[in-house]
Design a protein around this ligand. Structure first.
Ligand code: AHR
Length: 654
């Protein structure tokens, strides 16, 4: 009797607390196409995403060109620095011979019995993997004597892991020296040490160490695990190189794509604007080596099948910083940069810039279709400059789609002004940014349901939910953030006739060297982890579909009633219906799914992303706290239960 009562009470409780909803999907009625570019990625060199991250170079300040040339380097022995009377390491400038990489280290050894050298600390250490090979290289010039190099991999305590000797020949001309070292064990914070043996005088520059195992095995290439994670997102596009690095704090510090081409070691380094941006996360050792320059960005796009979306400076330095403006009458270099970039990407090998692309190893065009003019700009000063560049592009390359932007604000006076100005101009796409609390994402899942269909198409180019976190940097990428993004994204997809492109931002962050969080992927020197937000992006991008389908909950759009959000798509390639359903409620939700155009005998494949606590996050130590799991569902059952605070992607063969 007692158990009877309990089970009755339980059923009553269940009925009352479970959301019960009738969901209708019509698989016979395609609504609008979903663009192949719908889900892409945003890459910026912030949080040591390029140098110290995607670019696999392990040596920091390899060419001694930082503001303080010895930054990242330590002399060996420590006390005997450049002022030793018999032996010394000094830096001199060779600007005439090499204007973009002028500084050189001179090793002067009059006492051959003493060993001197230097150590590089890497980017918070260097990650070495057991059994992996590391390619050391440097440019040297032996002016006199017999100085030899002893190259060593060290562990964090300074113990030698492996060593190789190199004897340069004494021709007094610059030559490249190379050797390969195998690490006998895995260390997260290793170092590179170069000792100078013998006597004489030797100049050395571009001291470099790369893992051999890079993305596609390219020598001196990209970090394989990180690129693989990007490829696994199957992004429709890559937006690069930012972000605020496009603008610079001053115009002189803006990103200039032409300076990022050609021989890597001759690319002039540039102060990274995230270097001093946040006083709570200073990064005085943050510079851009441009080891990943525009050629490498385009190559990455073509490697992973993503459309390139370069963003160029519009002649305005960051308006949060100096707001420096290029005078309107002197905009010519900025206009020319945009035109030349199109030729670099698409021009024939006989054109001046197409020839440069070909000389770098890519005679085929890169297929550039879109170009962004300005990043987060606002006010009249933006539109005046935008017009000059956009008109020149349109005149010469009418097929190129131009992306403009509404600036850093998702609403308010400056946003309204931008909307008004851009409505007049009608660029192909307008970039909107929103870094907001999770609740904003839930409240704004309908943002594009009410957008004017005749205005312009939207590129949600930077967004991320910003919840509270703990002192751990990865903790802001918690389940609360990801769940709210999943809910919001139902609205992006439902409005695929207006929203053509979207990308989470920022993409990558080094756990010990970040400036901005949350971020999509966290990494250290050895490993990388997917955040819950990464899985949300991946589930959307890998299950995008080609057309939207009608879906309603109790006869209305699924935008938050009873905590439920949903979108439905048709995939013409696989002939599947794809449902993306989000339950933000604390109780399970039972959906009575009525699906027109789907056989009752179908078995649906379900991927579920769920966590018990909103605060749960993935960390380098616990990378699997929140991760997708698989399940199936028989369509004939009619009802489908969505777990509390869950995101489900359901694929059903038609
Ligand atoms: O994604 C980080 C920064 O946020 C970008 O550089 C900028 O565009 C925005 O303010």
């Amino acid at each position: 009797m007692r158990s009877y009562t309990l089970s009755f009470l339980f059923s009553l409780f269940t009925c009352l607390s479970f959301a019960q909803v009738k969901v209708d999907v019509d698989a016979n009625r395609l609504l609008v196409p979903i663009q192949p570019t719908m889900y892409g990625i945003f890459f910026e060199d912030i949080n040591f995403a390029a140098d110290g991250g995607l670019y696999a170079e392990l040596v920091k300040n390899r060419s001694f060109e930082f503001e303080y040339p010895w930054m990242g380097w330590k002399h060996v022995p420590e006390a005997e620095t450049r002022y030793n009377t018999r032996n010394e390491l000094t830096i001199f400038s060779n600007a005439k011979a090499n204007p973009t990489n002028p500084k050189v280290v001179r090793v002067e050894k009059r006492d051959g019995s003493q060993v001197i050298g230097f150590q590089n600390e890497g980017f918070d250490g260097m990650g070495f993997k057991q059994g992996a090979a590391y390619d050391f290289s440097a440019k040297v010039r032996l002016n006199k004597g017999n100085i030899g190099l002893r190259v060593q991999l060290l562990d964090a305590q300074g113990a030698v892991l492996q060593a190789q000797d190199i004897q340069p020949n004494g021709t007094s001309t610059w030559t490249s020296v190379e050797t390969t070292l195998i690490s006998p064990k895995t260390v997260e914070k290793g170092k590179l040490q170069v000792l100078f043996l013998g006597e004489g005088q030797l100049d050395i520059d571009v001291v470099s160490l790369f893992p051999q195992d890079t993305w596609k095995g390219r020598k001196k290439g990209l970090r394989k695990d990180l690129v693989q994670m990007l490829a696994d997102l199957k992004p429709g596009f890559i937006r690069f190189p930012g972000g605020c690095v496009v603008e610079g704090r001053t115009l002189a510090e803006r990103y200039q794509w032409k300076k990022t081409l050609g021989v890597v070691e001759n690319r002039e380094i540039l102060f990274n604007r995230w270097n001093k941006e946040f006083s709570h996360r200073p990064a005085p050792d943050y510079f851009q080596s441009f080891g990943i320059g525009f050629f490498e960005y385009f190559q990455l796009c073509s490697d992973i099948g993503a459309k390139p979306v370069p963003i160029l400076s519009c002649g305005l330095a960051c308006q949060f910083n100096s707001s420096e403006m290029q005078p309107l009458e002197d905009m010519e270099p900025f206009i020319q940069d945009a035109l030349d970039l199109i030729e670099f990407a698409n021009g024939s090998v006989d054109s001046p810039w197409g020839a440069i692309r070909a000389s770098m190893g890519h005679p085929e065009p890169f297929g550039l279709e879109m170009i962004g003019v300005g990043n987060e700009q606002w006010g009249e000063e933006y539109f005046e400059r935008y017009d000059l560049i956009a008109q020149a592009i349109q005149a010469k390359y009418p097929a190129i789609q131009i992306i403009s932007g509404t600036g850093p604000f998702a609403e308010g006076e400056l946003f309204d002004l931008a909307e008004k100005e851009l409505t007049k101009r009608k660029p192909a796409l307008v970039d909107e940014h929103y870094y907001k609390p999770p609740q904003w994402f839930l409240d704004n899942a309908s943002r594009y349901d009410i957008y004017d269909r005749n205005r312009y198409k939207i590129f949600a180019g930077e967004y991320a939910a910003h919840p509270k976190g703990t002192e751990r940097p990865e903790s802001r990428n918690n389940w609360e953030a990801a769940l709210s993004e999943a809910a919001f994204m139902t609205g992006l997809e439902r409005n695929a006739d207006v929203v053509y492109m979207t990308s989470y931002a920022p993409l990558l962050a080094h756990v010990n060297k970040w400036q901005w969080n949350p971020d999509l992927i966290w990494f250290d020197n050895l490993q990388a982890i997917a955040t819950p937000s990464y899985y949300v992006q991946q589930l959307y991008a890998n299950n995008a579909g080609t057309h939207t389908l009608p879906i309603t909950a109790d006869g209305n759009l699924m935008v938050g009633q009873k905590g439920l959000y949903g979108t439905a798509a048709w995939d013409a390639k696989t002939k599947e219906i794809i449902l993306k359903l989000v339950n933000t409620g604390t109780a399970p939700a039972t959906l009575n799914l009525q699906m027109k155009g789907i056989s009752k005998n179908s078995i649906a494949q379900i991927t579920i992303l769920q966590a018990d606590q909103l605060e749960q996050f993935n960390s380098l130590e616990k990378p699997n706290e929140v991760k997708p799991s698989a399940s199936t569902w028989e369509v004939k059952r009619g009802t489908l239960t969505l777990g509390p605070r869950s995101f489900q992607v359901i694929r059903i063969k038609k």
